[in-house]
Write a protein that binds this ligand. Structure first.
Ligand code: ADP
Length: 191
């Protein structure tokens, strides 16, 4: 099993690059944002709980997200590996993930961190809001709240994996294929 984390602030291109990476490497894409939106669409109790946090641009509580990821890992136990996107987003989530993967004997191989400047992030998210149908993309105040949550709670996740020498910084601005190629060379070097 080969497990990767794609890391970076909202709007850094994790979703776009994930689509390409899972095709090339045959990994199972686990995006907590997508999983949560699907729970909301199905109006499950978990979705109903998560929704109020997401609408405010805040993180959903750790227990909720960790439980959801744990089931997703169990439900895909035959997979070649996982590409985690939007998870872990807090140090507590990182510790929980490490435990879950340790149990599988397949720790995180690397955390690929997409680096994009704040102005560019806001520009991208506002633009995505014009077509994505995502309520958290349509309002600049909520976008700023999400970026603030990232700095306050999520940025520290990189420190967690730095200790294990697993963080790779990738320039996330420029052409999509160029960024994809940088990601692939880092992955190939670790496979
Ligand atoms: P983006 O990173 O572009 O903001 P996501 O689809 O990854 O979009 O996440 C959307 C929202 O879902 C977040 O703002 C947050 O409320 C919630 N969310 C997603 N992943 C997590 C997570 N790992 N922990 C807590 N909340 C999460």
């Amino acid at each position: 099993m080969f497990n990767l984390i794609l890391f970076g602030p909202p709007g850094s291109g994790k979703g776009t690059q994930s689509e390409k990476l899972i095709l090339k490497y045959g990994l199972k894409h686990l995006s907590t944002g997508d999983l949560l939106r699907s729970e909301i669409a199905q109006q499950t109790p978990l979705g109903l709980e998560a929704r109020s946090f997401m609408d405010r641009g805040e993180l959903v509580p750790d227990e909720v997200v960790i439980g959801m990821i744990s089931s997703a890992i169990d439900n895909n136990s035959q997979s070649k590996g996982f590409l985690f996107d939007g998870f872990p987003r807090t140090p507590a989530q990182a510790e929980a993930l490490d435990k879950l993967l340790e149990f599988k004997g397949a720790p995180v191989a690397a955390m690929l961190s997409l680096e994009v400047g704040e102005d560019e992030l806001i520009k991208r998210l506002v633009k995505r809001g014009e077509t994505s149908g995502r309520s958290d993309d349509t309002n600049e105040e909520i976008i700023r709240a999400r970026l603030a949550e990232y700095h306050k709670k999520t940025a520290a996740v990189a420190d967690h994996y730095k200790v294990f020498n697993k963080v790779v910084n990738i320039k996330g601005e420029g052409h999509i294929d160029e960024i994809f190629n940088s990601l692939c060379s880092e992955i190939d070097a670790r496979m």
